[in-house]
Write a protein that binds this ligand. Structure first.
Ligand code: NAD
Length: 440
């Protein structure tokens, strides 16, 4: 099939490369000419495990090309996937749909061949119906086009694997033809037994925001338990392990720590609250406000514990920060809890030195005020406190005995509860974590 993928960011670039990988002819489209040029040469504009190989293979095979022209896309595609950003609107919780709208507005007048427009971006319930009206108004007389929604569940850091072997495919369609087209696009996955859920577009849109709301709630739940553990002297890691053995609860997304961030969960739960308010059911999802607040509180709590660890004042202190990205195996620093903590500590007068395996370039563009270095030892040289803020595997492999020699004070706050605390303590470190009592 001939597919276009419009918007080649974290979602679109992966989708385009994976669709070429399963045999489709793919044209990726972006307004960012630099990005299009890079992708066209088979080079990824961001770090995502496995993407470089998949992309280079697609480009090398001739099945994957990139352009800035939506007109070219309209002439080429049987199916157009919309993968542009839907950020939070400035000054509001609502989703900013201007990029999605712009794609339909620009594409529609050029649609001369029968096609299906398939949204993958995360959008408020009701967007597909709204876009259908727009398409109808702007497409040429007699154009054979309709809109469907096929939300994306990939996780950054596992995006290629998640796209090629998803847990489910949700197809929000308004006609049997749209359903048949999507089944054809994903035929290799369906043959491999992936669940395919066909529903109406509004339900499909809602599945995505409901899934993200549930995940965010689970994280904030365990972080709230960590706060209680800190107050009473209990251990949230053991609590979480014991809870997780109950299959009705499950272990996944139940690790207490610095909380969630990134380009999705925070803005998606806020947009959901805004949309529910418009629909007159704001009270039904009012708990998400608490979820968001608990999440934000973990950043303040981390700064507070760190401040106490250096005697109540950051002014003039040397602080090492391990991690900048919002999660490991990604270079994405959008709404990163790690960077928020690094920025707060810097604002309070500390000299901050940060190392991250992939996120330094992006972090520097958002937070240029702090110092960036290219390895753990350099970051910790002379540090009076080390903050472990993103759980990269590399940090779990650190030899605490070796690092103790570099730091001026062997003190670490493990804000991800991911390090082997007894091992660090036996190497002479004072270790604090969130929701875990320090040993007497
Ligand atoms: P992103 O900011 O990385 O990428 C968006 C891309 O769209 C950019 O490259 C931008 O230049 C391009 N763009 C903007 N307007 C355009 C236009 N008119 N025509 C062509 N290209 C245009 O964002 P992302 O992280 O890839 O997220 C995209 C959407 O996917 C969002 O709705 C997000 O919530 C959703 N989503 C993201 C993930 C994820 O893990 N990143 C997972 C699932 C869903």
């Amino acid at each position: 099939m001939r597919l276009t993928v419009i918007g080649t960011g974290y979602l679109g670039a992966v989708h385009a490369a994976c669709m070429a990988d399963i045999g489709h002819e793919v044209l990726g489209v972006d307004v960012d000419a630099h990005r299009v040029a890079m992708l066209g040469e088979g080079r990824t504009p961001f770090y995502e495990p496995g993407l470089q190989e998949t992309l280079a293979q697609g480009v090398g095979s001739g099945r994957l090309r990139f352009t800035t022209s939506l007109r070219e896309a309209a002439e080429f595609g049987d199916v157009h996937f919309i993968c542009v950003g839907t950020p939070q609107k400035e000054g509001s919780h609502a989703a900013d749909l201007r990029y999605v709208d712009a794609v339909v507005d620009e594409l529609a007048p050029h649609l001369r061949r029968p096609c299906l427009i398939v949204g993958k971006s995360t959008v408020p319930a009701g967007t597909t119906s709204r876009l259908d009206v727009r398409l109808e108004a702007l497409a040429p007389e007699g154009a054979d086009a309709e809109v469907a929604w096929n939300p994306e569940f990939l996780r950054e850091g596992h995006a290629v694997e998640d796209t090629l072997r998803p847990e489910r495919i949700v197809a929000g369609v308004s006609s049997p033809r749209a359903d048949a087209v999507l089944r054809e696009v994903y035929a290799p996955m369906l043959q491999a037994g992936v669940h395919y859920i066909s529903t109406d577009p509004t339900t499909a849109e809602l599945v995505k925001v409901a899934a993200n709301s549930f995940l965010a709630t689970k994280i904030s739940f365990i972080n709230a338990m960590a706060e209680v553990c800190d107050a009473v002297g209990a251990d949230v890691s053991t609590l979480s392990e014991a809870l997780g053995h109950d299959p009705r609860i499950g272990r996944a997304f139940l690790s207490a720590g610095l909380g969630f961030g990134g380009g999705c969960l925070p803005k998606d739960i806020r947009a959901f609250m805004a949309r529910a308010g418009e629909l007159g059911v704001g009270d039904s999802v009012a708990f998400l406000r608490e979820v968001d607040e608990i999440n934000g509180r973990q950043r303040h709590r981390t700064v507070g514990i760190a401040r106490n660890m250096v005697g109540g004042d950051f002014a003039g202190r040397r602080i090492a920060v391990l991690g900048a990205t919002f999660k490991p195996d990604s270079d994405d620093v959008r709404d990163s809890p790690a960077l928020a903590v690094a920025a707060a500590v810097h604002r309070e007068g500390a000299a901050v030195r940060l190392y991250d395996p992939q996120g330094i370039e992006n972090a520097r563009s958002v937070l240029p005020q702090i110092e960036y270095v290219h390895d753990v030892a350099k970051a910790c040289e002379g540090a009076e406190l080390v903050l472990h803020l993103t759980e990269w595997a590399e940090f779990r492999r650190i030899d605490p005995a070796v690092l103790a020699a570099a730091a001026s004070e062997p003190r670490i706050l493990d804000a991800r509860n991911a390090l082997d605390a007894p091992l660090w303590r036996s190497a002479g470190w004072t270790v604090r974590a969130l929701g875990r009592p320090a040993p007497p």
